[in-house]
Design a protein around this ligand. Structure first.
Ligand SMILES: [Zn+2]
Length: 138
């Protein structure tokens, strides 16, 4: 009998221990790898599924070679108009997915050092499915 998935190494791909020492660039690269996993971690524009993109390294955005629309690693996600550093969103996601029995917004707020309201909004964004995930719009 094989071990439970949550005990396997495949379930330990996103840990707070690995996220918290990350620089902004490293966190962005990790988010990019997760977001564009179906393209081997390389950015592509979801609306037209174009994999040829131009990179603006200074601003961490891309431009679709086909339709010339610009997009970021969070475009089309619930984190599109983000206010926190990208590392904090990675940490919030890690806390959420690793808390098998769930976690309160109060605890999330303390763990991430954000106010309760922000922790509550984060919890809603991460937990509640949305039609916007997987599609690009901004
Ligand atoms: Zn395009």
């Amino acid at each position: 009998m094989s071990e439970h998935f949550l005990l396997s190494t495949n379930a330990h791909t996103l840990s707070l221990k690995s996220i918290m020492p990350m620089s902004d660039d490293e966190a962005h690269a990790k988010f990019e790898a997760i977001r564009f996993a179906e393209n081997g971690g390389a950015a592509f524009y979801r609306s037209c599924e174009c994999t040829k993109v131009y990179t603006y390294r200074a601003h961490k955005i891309w431009k679709c070679a086909a339709c010339l629309r610009q997009f970021s690693v969070t475009s089309g996600t619930k984190f599109a108009s983000r206010k926190l550093p990208i590392r904090d969103y990675l940490a919030a996601i890690a806390i959420f997915v690793n808390a098998v029995k769930g976690i309160s917004a109060l605890q999330r707020g303390r763990d991430l050092d954000v106010r309760y309201k922000m922790a509550f909004v984060l919890a809603r964004k991460i937990a509640k499915p949305s039609a916007r995930i997987g599609t690009a719009s901004s």
